[in-house]
Design a protein around this ligand. Structure first.
Ligand code: RAM
Length: 355
């Protein structure tokens, strides 16, 4: 499925005019910007490089129909439109690497300048991404990275997300008890690194009385996640709580627990959107959960991709660039820029947010 807003056709046409005019008149064109621009931390950045008009930027979320990615990509579209480019969203309804390969190829064949991808597998998407890259696309990972992107726009520090998840379940359980993790897909880079980060934090003395008993996967499908939650309660009737580091999994887990005898007994926490979780916070199923601003994540990814394609940045440690309304960002480490710390939502503040 490909989504380009109809009014973008007009933008694309006018961008083409600008491009053609620029080509004759000596302004910056995409081709000019490409000259000598070796993307990735190995090239040389030119902070004064202008972002060319008419960049074709393709956003490939893990899947469509996930409210989280709808908000992320809205932010991405805003960024690309501000920069005079043409944003397109491509993806299927299931979070699989196979379907992403098809959309990477389609983007590349359509002459994509920037591919922004939330990878469903760190490696399976790489042959297609490498081909797109050879075809001139700058490749940006957002949300869930692949091993072959030029740069990764991380929502937050991995360590901080892992720690926040452990702190929330520890608080909900009063420091002791058992819990399970209800994750997204088994190969999702982001969830797997967060779970690994949680395990490191759990090894700290303070959390000696907390035990992670099982990790299950709902594949970021609402029904499957609901059933996995139900299954967890059958196999661990005394389970203290669940951590779902996925917005789809958390909403499904909360819905199951809220309609069951476990409501108020089994702690439910993880990563979720305020709009999906509000009712479960107010009905007492969920005490607290966390997330970053998904709109800002997409917006930052859009600006990062454009800056990379233009040669303003290569992604090397120490480079800085302007990301529109979000201001200046710095690559604190090679190849990775971080949006910011996660926010915790509870009954006190959940109504102050609308996403
Ligand atoms: C789901 C997806 C996404 C993740 C969020 C928290 O929407 O798995 O990758 O970042 O949850």
């Amino acid at each position: 499925m490909t989504h380009t807003r109809p009014r973008l056709l007009f933008l694309a046409a006018s961008a083409l005019t600008v491009l053609m005019t620029a080509a004759c008149g000596g302004g910056t064109t995409i081709e000019d910007a490409q000259q000598g621009n070796d993307t990735g931390p190995t090239g040389t950045a030119n902070p004064d490089a202008e972002i060319p008009e008419g960049l074709r930027v393709d956003f490939l979320p893990k899947q469509l129909n996930n409210p989280f990615f709808e908000i992320v990509n809205q932010g991405g579209f805003e960024a690309v439109e501000e920069l005079g480019g043409t944003p397109t969203e491509r993806g299927g309804t299931e979070a699989t690497a196979d379907s992403q390969v098809e959309y990477i190829n389609a983007a590349s064949q359509a002459g994509s300048d920037v591919i922004v991808i939330a990878a469903n597998d760190p490696d399976a998407v790489c042959p297609a991404l490498n081909e797109a890259s050879a075809n001139g696309a700058a490749v940006v990972g957002y949300d869930s990275n692949a091993n072959c992107t030029d740069v990764f726009v991380n929502q937050s520090s991995t360590e901080l997300i892992g720690r926040t998840l452990v702190e929330m379940i520890a608080e909900d359980l009063g420091g002791e008890g058992t819990f399970a993790v209800l994750s997204a897909t088994p190969n999702a880079t982001n969830q797997n690194t967060w779970i690994a980060a949680m395990e490191e934090v759990l090894a700290e003395e303070e959390y000696a009385d907390l035990e992670l008993v099982e990790t299950v996967y709902g594949n970021d499908d609402d029904l499957e996640s609901f059933q996995e939650m139900q299954g967890l309660m059958q196999s661990h009737p005394d389970l203290g709580g669940v951590v779902a580091p996925t917005t789809v999994g958390l909403a499904a887990a909360a819905r199951y627990v809220s309609g069951s005898e476990y409501k108020g007994e089994v702690a439910v926490t993880g990563l979720g959107t305020p709009n999906q979780m509000r009712e479960f916070v107010h009905d007492g199923t969920v005490n607290q959960f966390a997330l970053w601003n998904p709109n800002d994540l997409g917006y930052l990814a859009g600006y990062t991709g454009a800056a990379l394609k233009a040669g303003q940045i290569t992604g090397a440690e120490g480079e800085t660039f302007e990301a529109g309304r979000l201001g200046e960002f710095t690559f604190e480490t090679d190849g990775e820029v971080v949006l910011g710390p996660p926010q915790i939502f509870d009954a006190e503040n959940v109504d102050d947010f609308d996403f």
